[in-house]
Design a protein around this ligand. Sequence first.
Ligand SMILES: [Zn+2]
Length: 96
Amino acid sequence: MIPTVLLLTVILASIWVYSDSKRTNPSSFLPIFWLISVLVMPIIMIPLYLVLYVARNRFLGRYMPKNLGSKFCPKCGADNALATTVCTSCHNKFSL
Ligand SMILES: [Zn+2]
C-alpha cells in the first residue's frame, strides 16, 4: 500500500515538474531531463526542483518587464494577459 502511494506521488511529481519546466523551456531538453531525474532520484530531485521553482518565480516576479504584453504573477510566476486582474494559474489577485 505505502509503496503504491509513494510511486503515485513520484509519478505525479514528475508530471508536474515536466509540464512546469515545459512551460518555461518549451524548446529545450530540460523538461525531459527533469522528468527522468525525478523518476530516477525523486528524493533528491523533487526538493531541488522546488527550490529552483521558487527561485525562478521570485526572479520572474521581480525582474520581468511589465510592458511586454504579459503580466507575470508574483505568486506563481505564471504568464497572464495584461488585462487580467486575477492569475489564471493560481487565482492570485493582482494588486495593480
Ligand atoms: Zn499565479
